[in-house]
Design a binder for this molecule. Sequence first.
Ligand code: CUA
Length: 322
Amino acid sequence: MNGAASQVESVLDPAGPVAQALANLSWLLIGGATLIFVAMMALLAWTLLRRARSDDRDARGVRSNAWWLIGGGVVFPVVVLTALLTHESLRIDGLTRPHGADELVISVSGRLWWWEVRYRLPDGRTDVVLANEIQLPVGRPVTIGLSSQDVIHSLWIPALAGKVDLIPGKVNQLRLQADRAGSYRGQCAEFCGEQHARMALFAIATPPEEFDRWLAQQAAPAQPPADPQTTRGLQIYVEQRCYQCHQLRGLDLPGGLNVAPDLTHLASRSHLAAGTMPINPETLAAWIADPQQIKPGTRMPSYRHLDEASLQALAAFLAQLK
Ligand code: CUA
């Protein structure tokens, strides 16, 4: 992973062509609105001054006021808004056109309150599944298929693209491209319940070779435990039946519902609980012990009944799943 993590989400700091077009539009609107505002205020000042100086109630004054009203109230907005509409209709067409054959397709599914991110591997059978992190190769067009398993969410990564809703029973498409390596924070932009604010994710753009290495590493099965503590951790994972909700590929565990984040390479990700905190043994132990304290309402139950040694062992096992 290279490039500093961009924690500030700004439309005015674009890292790809789609975001660039939106930034240009933002500047055009800000500039245009400022210009019109200043012109209107000047006009208002001029009118007030004129009124103060002379009695404006003669017939000529009324006629000239009517022209100002028609010109400023009807003709001017029609001309400005038509020009903007035409300009944007032409631009939008270029942004939503399908990419060529080299595009990368990623599926993102919204959950209460996290993001499932899925890559179909070339073999067509294996899916690399991760949570709250979208990895992208720099310079390659990407289409993201967006869907939801529960309520309406909205994906917004301001440095890369505009908002697109994730709607149950529907697949929306978001086309984007990252032209600059880095980590870009994104956020759910549609109110979806009590933890809407803690539904963040990171889009991480890396050079294509690095991305290919990353994908190959993610496709590999999970790292088996290598010492007594992590072995004990896996044992607790099985005893507590974590597999009923989470998937952990390659460790020969019983299958479950897959309703929670995939843990196969959990520790390769930067954040836990949808951008809530960094991933390390301490935060993992705190999260498992009492997720309801950290993110009230989250679907993950608390495991306060685990003794400290078991908790540490489980956290150590999860922290080695690179
Ligand atoms: Cu998901 Cu707001």
